[in-house]
Write a protein that binds this ligand. Structure first.
Ligand SMILES: Cc1cc2nc3c(=O)[nH]c(=O)nc-3n(C[C@H](O)[C@H](O)[C@H](O)COP(=O)(O)OP(=O)(O)OC[C@H]3O[C@@H](n4cnc5c(N)ncnc54)[C@H](O)[C@@H]3O)c2cc1C
Length: 498
């Protein structure tokens, strides 16, 4: 009889786990609390429009990478996939002047240098290191701790230029990085995308991923991709149980240790299994589904030290606009200061989804804005009662709308709020720790969290999900599912190459 693997959570990590479990010859059943699987890689409809929640870029769209192979196995993308071609990372505007980080690095270099010749050296250093960072790939063949000398040599060759990036940008954060540029627009632009406390190399790697053509947006967006993955899982024979929240993990004594024996749903149903894999947020897992005694020391440290291990989320709003709105892609601009959560901000961004005509009725487009929120902002949103929460959201969405119109006056009278949501939304929908939609921010001087995916004192139990490795995101979620299955294969003495 086939071994039964039960997976908790049907986000990208849970689906990946299920697909790789089936590929390895196991039975796989996913239990997802929501009516739809997909977790944070989601989209929803409002007033005849589609709001895309996730993919700004999908790392692993270059067919030469191992990660592409993982996405292909999952049914997410393949050789026929079409991508949106925005040609740029984003545009920043300050005091009416605009600059763009193009995917064409030479074009970026020339435009930035012509605009701010005083920053020539810093621009050259930046562009050179983005070029180096193109070699950065996410290891997707097997978990790092299962790699041998040969794997490390291969990885070292592949990422030959990454040590140079880490040497120059691995010990400074975004705030320090912005100060490398004298010109106010350049300095602002460099810090427009990531939180100030992120290590600067993260930004270079993000830009390099796009510039290398390894971070594109599949046509149809997040929901369409999620649905392709669900289809693959079902076609392979996987069981997907939706509206099936898990209440706890069954544990039993197994000699001197414990073992996971199955799960209990909130309706009392008991599902026994040979192996249990959690693909839910670890902040929710430990203390809710599993006793805190199983919490590994490195997570304990991270959850206790918010300054070294901060997280971020967003206050977001989606608007309907006329499709002749001129701004393309993502644009960040200065605005009248506004207090959202515990912090005041004076920069905001809009992303124009006009590139996806299927997201809006003819002649219309969706414009989304996202204001970064950190742990203290989450505490603010949580402190509001239901009434105050709804009122605050509506009021702030109105304030954002005013600021968008102030920046783009042609939108006056031609913009309508579709929906707005907060870090609390992600907590409610996905049980996301502090409403975060990536894992812990990698701060300077802090050891990155990298979990082994198994617990010392609980057998037959494995971890998947974006929280097993910083900085999280879709690629980590995807490979974590594969890795969890490889750990079981290794334990059984079977080949781990799947
Ligand atoms: C606005 C936004 C933009 C983003 N942009 C990008 C991007 O451009 N590129 C990128 O790589 N990443 C991006 N991300 C991050 C990406 O969406 C996440 O990293 C990824 O989807 C996480 O997948 P996961 O499976 O690890 O976790 P989740 O998606 O959180 O999945 C966990 C699942 O477990 C379920 N669950 C929770 N508790 C239970 C329970 N008790 N019982 C059963 N099920 C349960 C949840 O409902 C959920 O479906 C973005 C995220 C957001 C929100």
């Amino acid at each position: 009889m086939k071994k039964k693997i039960v997976i908790i959570g049907g986000g990208i990590a849970g689906l990946s786990t299920g697909i790789y479990a089936l590929k390895a010859g196991y039975d796989a059943a996913i239990y997802e609390k929501n009516a739809l699987a997909g977790g944070e890689c989601m989209g929803w409809n409002r007033k005849g429009y589609h709001i895309d929640n996730c993919i700004h870029w999908l790392t692993g769209t270059d067919p030469k990478t191992d990660l592409w192979q993982v996405w292909k196995t999952m049914g997410a993308i393949d050789e026929q996939t079409e991508y949106v071609d925005e040609g740029k990372f984003y545009t920043s505007i300050l005091n009416g002047q605009a600059l763009t980080l193009w995917n064409d690095l030479e074009r970026t270099r020339q435009e930035l240098t012509a605009f701010a010749p005083e920053d020539k050296d810093a621009i050259d250093l930046f562009i050179q290191h983005v070029e180096y960072a193109k070699t950065c790939v996410i290891p997707a063949k097997k978990p790092l701790d299962m790699m041998g000398i040969r794997d490390y040599i291969e990885m070292g060759k592949e990422m030959a230029d990454m040590p140079k990036v880490m040497k120059t940008f691995g010990k400074i954060n975004m705030e320090d990085f912005g100060k490398m540029f004298k010109n106010p627009l350049l300095s602002t632009m460099m810090t427009d995308y990531l939180c100030y406390n992120y290590t600067a190399y993260s930004f270079l790697v993000s830009y390099a991923t796009m510039a290398a053509g390894n971070g594109k947006i599949p046509v149809g967006g997040s929901l369409a991709m999620t649905n392709r993955i669900i289809k693959r899982f079902r076609e392979m024979g996987g069981e997907l149980h939706v509206n099936a929240p898990v209440e706890r993990i069954l544990t039993e004594k197994a000699g001197r240790s414990d073992r996971a024996a199955g799960i209990v749903l909130t309706d009392g149903t008991v599902v026994r299994a040979d192996e249990v894999i959690s693909a839910v947020d670890t902040g929710f897992l430990f203390g809710k589904l599993l006793d805190k005694k199983y919490l590994p020391a490195q997570y304990q440290k991270a959850y206790a030290d918010q300054k070294s291990y901060p997280t971020f989320s967003g206050f977001q709003a989606a608007f309907a606009v006329d499709s002749d709105f001129a701004g393309e892609g993502t644009i960040v601009f200065d605005c009248e200061p506004l207090q959202i959560g515990s912090n005041s901000f004076s920069r905001m961004s809009v992303k124009n989804f006009a590139y996806e005509p299927s997201f809006a009725p003819e002649g219309k487009a969706v414009l989304q804005t996202n204001v970064t929120q950190q742990d203290e902002d989450f505490a603010f949103w949580k402190s509001l009662d239901e009434h105050a929460y709804a009122q605050t959201k509506e009021r702030l969405a109105g304030e954002l709308e005013k600021r968008i119109v102030a920046q783009f006056p042609s939108l006056a009278g031609r913009i309508e709020l579709l929906d707005c949501w907060t870090p609390r939304t992600y907590e409610r929908y996905c049980n996301a720790y502090h409403g975060a939609y990536m894992s812990f921010i990698t701060t300077k001087g802090t050891k990155q969290l990298r979990a082994k995916g198994e617990l010392k004192n609980l057998k037959n139990f494995y971890l998947a999900g974006q929280w097993i490795m910083c900085p999280g995101g879709l690629p980590i979620a995807a490979v974590s599912g594969k890795f969890a299955i490889q750990r079981i294969l290794k334990r059984e003495g079977r080949p781990v190459e799947i």
